[in-house]
Design a protein. Structure first.
Length: 606
């Protein structure tokens, strides 16, 4: 069973070229030097070189505050210490690099760090802890999407599952890794995946698939010169053929494994192959060869166990510290996840607050628009009400005056024309002033004067009795009273005095505007309108009172419709009049207006 230690793509020839370039001191730019040192620690296969240039990289990266290069330096030192067998120092450097990757939330470097930690556990045969960090590396690799490290980690994690006898999980990862290795063209990775998967088939009892895939793996590794992998798979093939009692193939593949192992100094391969051949020759009663291979097996076994025991004793001192560090990293990851949860909750609450704010803002605007629309409808209703009444009043005044003029013309034409004609006839036939005709003429003239005086008096009285300002205002207040919601009182003391039609219309409009303001703004339940003419001063007094909420006269601006109090004041003052306001929230508002309007000449003196 084989795994790949992906320690930054080691390439010693490239590393030697980079060392030569640096030694010539041709690089003065820190950024370029950082890049070269980073590549150098990746490419170096010699542990001491890795440590030397990782320290240089760490020093320069710390000076320029480059976190990615700092992480690279720590991970490279961890790999170098592992190659030197110093697992305690290896874990220390690797965990520092992992923590820095977590701090900057770099998925690529988190994957590299977790993978190297897993490799270090694997080198110490701690497969369960290796599996924990291999799974972390797979999660990080899938997040950032780099294919080669993901495929290698899938292969290595499959080995861990196989070792722990989780065969189905191992197959799933091998089947996921193979097409990725094929896509990126990494033949050794594909060969190891096929060979390792064959061993899963062997454990599951499928010898045909196991034999086929192991032979394919050996065939793929041969042109690559990977004798380590070939030796391992030859050993596995020998074991499979031994279980099938295929002795010739067992001996051939096992001896091939020993030859390759001796050429490369692969103690584990030689140990396993020697044990298998010792067992084989013992079954054949060839005790000489069985003893030879048994002795060879024990020699390599003792050598490997001594080395492993020494390594384990050295690593036992670090176990507590390593486990503690693992817990610290897990705790930091939990804290990081918790922080993101808090951030998500805060963002959610912020969005909810914005939605609620927008909802109430829209609701407020809608309510405001509805209130404005209702106010406009109310104003339009009042305007229509007053406008309709104004039209009726003006029509009544105009109609009344036209009727009066027509009556006067008719009377003058029919009645007084006949009288004057008779007077003319009598005057023409008069001889003596004391005659009876003179008396008749005198009587007729007196009658004419009396009729003219009566008609003039009737014309003067018609304004207040039949039509004009007072009836119009009376009709207006009656109309408001009938509309409901407002108790209206009206009083007029104009005597027998007549105003010009222009002045009557002005007064009517003023009263109408004051009533409109009460209806719109005062929220009153009672309204009183009085009109009085003072003959001595030739003054018309208008008094409008309500029991509404009053207003602040200084804050009232001109209305967008109607006169407005400011315009009303200007209008009154333009006629040399006077307007005063008495307003408060307790007693309501009283508007007092004096207009110096003179009456028309009295026609009764004609």
């Amino acid at each position: 069973m084989l795994i790949i230690f992906q320690s930054y793509g080691q390439d010693q020839s490239r590393a030697d070229s980079l060392k030569l370039f640096l030694s010539e001191d041709k690089v003065s730019n820190d950024s370029i030097k950082l890049s070269i040192l980073s590549e150098l620690v990746r490419a170096s296969s010699a542990p001491d070189d890795k440590l030397l240039y990782a320290d240089k990289l760490l020093k320069l990266a710390g000076k320029t505050n480059e976190p990615v290069y700092i992480i690279t330096a720590h991970l490279s030192k961890g790999v170098a210490y592992r190659l030197k067998g110093k697992l305690k120092k290896s874990f220390e450097s690797l965990f520092v690099g992992a923590q820095l990757a977590i701090d900057i939330n770099n998925e690529s470097y988190k994957e590299k760090a977790f993978l190297e930690i897993a490799n270090t556990y694997t080198s110490n045969d701690d497969i369960r802890n290796a599996l924990v960090y291999e799974k972390k590396a797979i999660e990080a690799g899938r997040r950032h999407g780099e294919k080669q490290p993901l495929a290698i980690n899938l292969l290595n994690t499959g080995y861990s599952y196989y070792t722990l006898n989780y065969l189905d999980s191992a197959l799933l990862l091998y089947n996921e890794a193979e097409p990725i290795f094929e896509e990126i063209g990494l033949e050794i990775g594909k060969a190891y995946t096929i060979g390792n998967r064959a061993l899963v088939y062997w454990k599951q009892g499928d010898y045909t698939k196991a034999e086929k895939d192991l032979l394919v793996a050996v065939e793929m590794l041969e042109p690559l010169g990977d004798q380590y992998g070939m030796a391992d798979y030859h050993n596995q093939l020998g074991s499979i053929y031994l279980e099938q009692d295929n002795i010739p193939k067992t001996i051939w593949h096992t001896e091939m494994a020993i030859q390759m192992g001796e050429a490369l100094g692969l103690k584990e391969q030689i140990r396993d192959a020697s044990l298998l051949l010792a067992d084989l020759y013992k079954r054949q009663d060839d005790y000489k060869k069985a003893l030879e291979y048994q002795t060879q097996y024990l020699a390599y076994k003792d050598s490997i166990e001594n080395t492993e025991q020494t390594k384990k004793m050295a690593d036992m001192r670090t176990e507590f510290e390593v486990n503690l560090r693992e817990k610290e990293i897990d705790l930091l990851e939990e804290r990081e996840a918790l922080q993101w949860t808090y951030i998500a909750i805060a963002v959610g609450l912020l969005i909810m607050a914005i939605v609620i704010l927008l909802y109430f803002r829209q609701r407020f605007m809608t309510t405001k628009l509805m209130a404005k629309a209702e106010q406009k409808q109310q104003n339009d209703r009042i305007k229509d009400l007053l406008g309709s009444q104004e039209t009726k009043a003006l029509q009544a005044m105009v109609k009344g005056r036209d009727n009066e003029r027509r009556r006067l013309a008719k009377e003058l034409h029919n009645h007084f024309g006949s009288l004057l004609a008779t007077l003319k006839v009598n005057l023409n036939g008069m001889d003596d002033l004391k005659s009876e005709r003179h008396k008749t003429m005198t009587t007729l003239v007196d009658q004419a004067c009396s009729d003219i005086r009566t008609m003039s008096h009737s014309l003067n009285m018609g304004i207040s009795e039949n039509f004009g300002l007072v009836p119009a205002l009376k009709e207006l207040t009656d109309h408001l009273q009938q509309s409901g919601g407002l108790k209206v009182e009206f009083a007029a003391a104009m005597g027998d005095y007549q105003l010009t039609s222009e002045n009557e219309i002005i007064i009517y409009r003023i009263v109408q505007e004051l009533v409109s303001n009460v209806l719109k703004h005062a929220e009153a339940t009672k309204l009183s309108v009085s009109l009085t003419y003072f003959n001595e001063e030739s003054l018309v007094n208008i008094l409008v009172q309500d029991n509404g909420k009053g207003f602040d006269e200084k804050l009232i601006e001109k209305e967008s419709d109607g006169m407005g109090l400011g315009t009303l004041r200007e209008m009154v003052e333009s006629f040399d009049g006077d307007i005063t306001f008495d307003t408060n929230r307790q007693s309501g508002t009283t508007v007092n207006i004096d207009l110096p309007f003179a009456t028309q000449p009295d026609l009764t003196e004609l």
